[in-house]
Design a protein around this ligand. Structure first.
Ligand code: NAD
Length: 403
């Protein structure tokens, strides 16, 4: 290949590389918007609050990305001119006549945004505050994060600007999920923690790790759950005997769905209480603003559901835990709530089988479809971000089962 040919190659290679970097910068900008403005990705807006430093941070981010793009254009243009000069045999001496007829327009970066951009930017803190109050820059623990609702909650918290989200699950898949969330968010926000939520030592290790690396945990969503469905009394047609629901299954379900979530919730309350004690603080005062939030995962089954004696008992038990903790934990500034999702499109609901869902679920659901996990995550974030919300929230898609 001739020298000129090689130089043309280099020019195009450089242009290609510059385009790649440009695209990456634009992607980062978009990620910035989607992270801070959940409305852009079709998510609903939750509650009201304040986030005064956001506008500055965000407009600073846009300006630096635009500046970096301008520098790239300049470098690309200079490299092209030099290469063309050299190819045409004018050596290092710059030709006064541009060889490239049509130059890319220079990116003009003003220090102040245009009036339209200023209006749009002024909206940002309001929208962000409505969705990210009590979430932005906070540390969260989400159990059952490898799948379904827990996964959706972890993603949503990261999108809304949480500082760190501990993704707790006994399933290894939580590692890939953490990597995916970090890539999407463009920052290291998700941390995988693999273990069994019923293991007290594991629970304490997760809280220790979160606090040592990121600071006090102030959001806890213990979503890990299982089902072991079966009628309380079932007639075995072959033996002609009545079979009783196995007590071992009952113990297992209440261990995972009732005791474990309560203990993950009160672990956070205890850590906050200790920290306040060290600071010499006593009863929480409203001026301190909210110190933490626990949201338990109840279910429409807490009101009773055929074939779910153990699950229904565990979920109804969480209502009692919420009511008690709501009264106790506010002493330390921690709010507590429980959400009761209807049938949500996760592996847990899908395990019921397509036929069962068609016959026994969809006809009694006003939406006539399964709820999406991100809809439940949005409702949970609403409970976290809106400090006026306490107690129970039913997100059941109009579930009205027959007797
Ligand atoms: N899907 C629904 O229709 C529905 C409705 C109402 C309430 N819920 C509740 O929402 C929560 C999440 O349910 P989902 O539908 O997303 O379920 P899912 O099966 O998709 O996910 C549950 C996750 O919890 C994890 N898990 C279970 N036991 C664990 C343990 N001991 N230690 C660590 N991890 C454990 C599993 O590995 C899994 O990743 C559960 O508490 C469930 O009872 C679900």
């Amino acid at each position: 290949m001739s020298t000129a040919g090689k130089l043309f190659d280099t020019v195009f290679e450089n242009a290609y590389k510059a385009t790649e970097v440009n695209l990456r910068l634009q992607q980062e900008l978009l990620l910035g918007w989607t992270r801070f403005l959940p409305g852009f990705t079709g998510r609903k807006v939750g509650s009201v609050g304040e986030l005064p430093d956001f506008r500055q941070q965000f407009s600073h981010g846009i300006m630096s990305a635009a500046r970096a793009q301008r520098e790239l254009f300049d470098q690309q243009f200079d490299a092209a001119i030099t290469a063309f000069d050299e190819a045409l045999g004018v050596g290092k001496k710059r030709s006064t006549t541009p060889v490239v007829a049509e130059l890319p327009p220079r990116v003009v970066v003003k220090d102040e945004p245009t009036p339209e951009a200023a209006i749009a930017l002024a909206e940002v803190p309001r929208i962000v505050a409505r969705t990210a109050n009590n979430i932005f820059q906070k540390v969260a623990v989400v159990t059952g994060a490898a799948s379904g609702i827990g996964e959706a909650v972890a993603r949503e918290l990261a999108h809304r600007g949480a500082k760190a989200v501990m993704l707790v699950d006994r399933h290894e898949g939580v590692k890939d999920l953490a990597a995916a969330i970090n890539k999407e968010s463009g920052r290291d926000v998700a941390v995988a923690a693999i273990g069994d939520t019923t293991d007290e030592g594991f629970r304490k290790r997760v809280f220790n790790e979160a606090m040592e690396s990121y600071g006090m945990v102030t959001i806890c969503v213990p979503a890990a759950g299982i089902t072991r469905d079966g009628l309380a009394v079932r007639i075995n047609k072959e033996s002609g005997r009545a079979e009783i629901y196995p007590i071992e299954s009952f113990r297992q379900v209440t261990e995972v769905n009732l005791l474990a979530p309560i203990y993950w919730g009160i672990e956070m309350v205890a850590r906050i209480a200790e920290q306040r004690l060290e600071k010499g603080l006593k009863r929480w005062e409203p001026e301190e603003t909210i110190q933490g939030v626990v949201v338990f995962l109840g279910s429409v089954s807490s009101q009773g559901n055929k074939g779910q004696i153990s699950y229904a008992v565990a979920k109804a038990g969480l209502e009692g835990a919420t009511a008690t903790l709501t009264k106790e934990a506010i002493f330390h500034g921690v709010r507590c709530g429980i959400i009761h999702p209807g049938f949500t499109d996760t592996p847990m609901a899908r395990a019921l089988g397509e036929d069962f869902l068609k016959k026994n679920v969809l006809p009694y659901t006003q939406l006539r479809r399964l709820i999406r996990p991100d809809e439940i995550a949005d409702a949970i974030c609403f409970m976290i971000s809106n400090s006026a919300v306490s107690g129970e929230l039913w997100a059941d898609a109009g579930w009205h089962p027959p007797a």
